[in-house]
Design a protein around this ligand. Structure first.
Ligand code: BEZ
Length: 222
């Protein structure tokens, strides 16, 4: 799958060496949600800030039932050494990194999942892995992918926010508007009729008036 993986595809059940030993990805996930986030290289500055942040908020992923796994292009041995830097940078020196890192030294997974960034090369002129975020549902299907270039670090608050939306919208016939946070009103999805919406949402449905006269901005409180 060198072109990458699309929403709704079953995520490949790859085998890989990681800091917790060799895994088969679907067995690693079990019945949980999962997040795989990739990194260009060990011992690099932006990646170190990201991994430290991911470690800090790991309890938030746990609370949501999401198993975390990172990937970087170096060996398991390098990952162990880098993890110590990461935890020290996050003011948690001596604590173990609370999630595993995949060793993709041969770039096999990075190629399979379409993660290489053609604009970022290592010292040997080989492309580095971009910063991909894949969120996988308990059905092993891809629910979200975000792709950042190597030069732009991610925002883990935003990643947790989208996971809240993904988990809510997997359960209820709603969608979440711009900047939505848990507790905010949500939107009734367009495929539901007004009668179906009234029956489904006991807290009621409110509509915003628009110049077109069309009543498609329907909110409800979950
Ligand atoms: C970094 O993690 O700092 C980084 C890695 C590759 C390219 C640019 C930045």
């Amino acid at each position: 799958m060198p072109g990458g993986i699309l929403l709704g595809d079953v995520f490949p059940n790859f085998e890989a060496d990681t800091t917790i030993g060799r895994i088969k990805f679907h067995d690693f996930l079990g019945d949980s949600w999962g997040i795989l986030f990739s990194h260009p290289k060990d011992f690099t500055p932006v990646c170190t800030t990201e991994l430290a942040c991911a470690a800090k908020v790991s309890d938030e992923f746990k609370k949501r039932g999401v198993k975390m796994i990172a990937l970087s292009l170096d060996s398991v041995e390098d990952h162990y050494k880098w993890s110590k830097d990461v935890m020290a940078f996050g003011n948690a020196a001596g604590s173990p990194l609370p999630y595993p890192i995949i060793a993709d030294e041969k770039r096999e997974l990075s190629v399979q999942l379409g993660m290489l960034d053609p604009d970022e090369m290592d010292k040997d002129g080989m492309p580095l892995t971009a910063r991909c975020v894949f969120v996988i549902g308990p059905d092993k299907k891809l629910k979200l992918s975000i792709l950042y270039p190597a030069t732009t670090g991610r925002n883990f608050d935003e990643i947790l926010r989208v996971i809240d939306s993904l988990q809510l919208t997997a359960q209820k016939k709603v969608a979440t508007p711009v900047d939505w946070k848990p507790g905010n009103k949500v939107m009734v999805i367009p495929s539901l009729s007004d009668a179906e919406a009234a029956a489904l949402f006991p807290n009621g449905v409110t509509t915003t008036e628009l110049p077109s006269g069309k009543k498609y901005l329907r909110y409800t409180q979950i």
